[in-house]
Ligand binder design. Sequence first.
Ligand code: DX5
Ligand code: ZN
Length: 221
Amino acid sequence: MKPVKLAPSILSCDFSRLGEEIRAAEAGGADWIHVDVMDGHFVPNITIGPVITEGARRVTGLPLDVHLMIEAPERYLEAFAKAGADSLTVHQETCPDLAATLAQIRSLGVRAGVAVNPDTPVESIRAVAADLDLLVIMSVQPGFGGQKYIDGSTDKIRRARALLDEVGGRAELEVDGGVDASNAAAVAAAGATVLVAGSAVYAHPEGAAEGVRAIRKALQA
Ligand code: DX5
Ligand code: ZN
């Protein structure tokens, strides 16, 4: 069993010190950096785009796991690939032709992911599941960091794991939202291979490095 990867979300970091905050997560043992992109249309919040992604690219060699919570993401795939994204995750809810959008991501030489919101059945992505590099289960309603993990998500993670195994998919199974040291082990036990954590890392009283270490310790307990 591969060790579970930790992907701190910079949404919850102090953006006046973005470089330091990314380096701190890396020092704490982060595997990926999760970049939450929001357009104020698909979700009510507006956050960051290709320019900040490019800034993150300049300060870390860790894979940039870019999460596109935006309408019509196909318009921006190239810009994020050029900015240095290693994976681009689009939402099932924003892609009328999901297979085509995922193929477009792959044609840019970037790993292709799809995210499903809490109310979207994981079955909805069965047709593309075998070819995914990343399947993201949203365990909060997208839009903001610091929300509470939705309890029903753990069963959904198990269903997603079963679906990926059934279709022989190789995708990483990422869980995104409300993950912290108190639920990380249960989320991993349900089949997650990548845990996103924003506020649990960046609101940690001893800083982001300790925040990452605390989740890692909880996984090893
Ligand atoms: C929510 C984002 C999540 C969020 C995670 O829309 O997709 O990545 O930033 O933050 P926490 O871990 O604080 O829920
Ligand atoms: Zn996210």
